[in-house]
Design a protein around this ligand. Structure first.
Ligand SMILES: Nc1ncnc2c1ncn2[C@@H]1O[C@H](COP(=O)(O)OP(=O)(O)O)[C@@H](O)[C@H]1O
Ligand SMILES: [Mg+2]
Length: 326
């Protein structure tokens, strides 16, 4: 089960959520791999696993490039693939590759069997790394501050999530309300509004300076002071994640495989040629599920780029572009 923690806004509690969810699940005896996908390495810093690429050769950048990557053990049942600054270069390097947004999902596939949960901490952007995090995920957790502007800012993010669903149709998104300021009408109103309009997790994470203190110490709050109100809220959240997994896997089976499933737009699959409807002399062509005629032996592929669905024919030529900016 792969869980992505994402929101294009910074400072909403993504990293605190990734650290504390990983800690809470590992304390419950679940095997957890936390993947730091932010070039600023806040999660690695919060666990004191940061350093240069020479200090940490097994890092997320290497993982994306296809290097053999051995996770670093942080605590019992809790391993980490830390991030280094060179991950910033991945944005540009990956964007040139066909199916760039599926790379992380493919690279994580060998780890899915060894861990109960893989938790991805995403950068505060809507770039290539964020797209990879959305396509890799079974569950998308979106931490949102309990303020109206934070909810409004979700519009753009949910549009991107809908695009990601073209590639990863089983993606489930739920909000986790964070930084709740007690006894304020705005915070209460924001939670009410969120519950009305989105699927939300039950626990609400209240505001406390203990998160900054725990990050400075290099220990997630759940491990530093498990009885703190916020630590208990994260433990309840972890329980909901575990129940969520049980209900979703019973309903629809695991979504962890990185192999394309029926209904994936990637790759666009060819229909079996129909003898009945094939006019004489046209046997050398097939139709793709998108209805395009392609010569037999040509694998038509598609990907989402720059907000557009792009299809690519043989020799990597871009043949069709629907929507998007340019
Ligand atoms: N519930 C909370 N209450 C108060 N401060 C928090 C809370 N969650 C996180 N923080 C702090 O707020 C800052 C931003 O949180 P962080 O998890 O790094 O957000 P993001 O990863 O979305 O940028 C950090 O200093 C963190 O310690
Ligand atoms: Mg962060």
């Amino acid at each position: 089960m792969i869980i992505t923690i994402a929101n294009h806004k910074g400072g909403v509690g993504k990293t605190a959520t990734a650290a504390n969810l990983s800690a809470a699940l590992s304390l419950k005896g679940k095997k957890v791999l936390a993947v730091d996908l932010d070039p600023q390495a806040a999660l690695s810093i919060a666990l004191k696993l940061n350093g240069s690429a020479e200090d940490i050769p097994d890092n997320t950048y290497g993982l994306l490039l296809g290097r053999k990557t051995t996770p670093t053990n942080y605590a019992k049942n809790f391993d980490v693939i830390p991030s280094t600054l060179d991950l910033a270069a991945a944005e540009m390097e990956l964007s040139g590759k066909i199916a760039f947004e599926r790379i992380l999902r493919e690279r994580l596939a060998p780890f899915v069997k060894s861990y109960d949960y893989i938790i991805i901490d995403s950068p505060p952007s809507l770039g290539v790394l964020a797209a990879n995090a959305l396509v890799a995920a079974d569950i998308l957790v979106v931490p949102v501050q309990c303020e109206y502007p934070a909810l409004k800012a979700l519009d753009m993010f949910t549009t991107i999530v809908e695009r990601a669903k073209l590639v990863n149709p089983k993606l489930k998104m739920r909000l986790l309300m964070t930084m709740f300021t007690k006894r304020t009408a705005e915070a209460e109103g924001a939670v009410e509004e969120a519950r009305k309009n989105f699927e939300t997790f039950t626990p609400v994470i209240t505001r406390t300076s203990m998160f900054s203190r725990s990050a400075r110490k290099g220990v997630p709050l759940v491990m530093l002071d498990g009885d703190a109100e916020q630590a208990r809220a994260y433990k309840d959240f972890a329980k909901e994640i575990m129940n969520y997994e049980e209900t979703t896997s019973r309903k629809s089976g695991s979504n962890s495989s990185c192999r394309p499933r029926r209904g994936d737009i990637f790759p666009l699959r060819r229909r079996a040629p129909s003898k009945k409807h094939t006019p004489a002399g046209r046997e050398n062509y097939n139709r793709t599920e998108a209805g395009r005629r392609v010569p037999q032996g040509v694998e038509e592929k598609g990907f989402v780029a720059d907000g557009a669905l792009v299809t690519v024919g043989n020799r990597g030529r871009i043949e069709n572009k629907i929507g998007g900016g340019r």
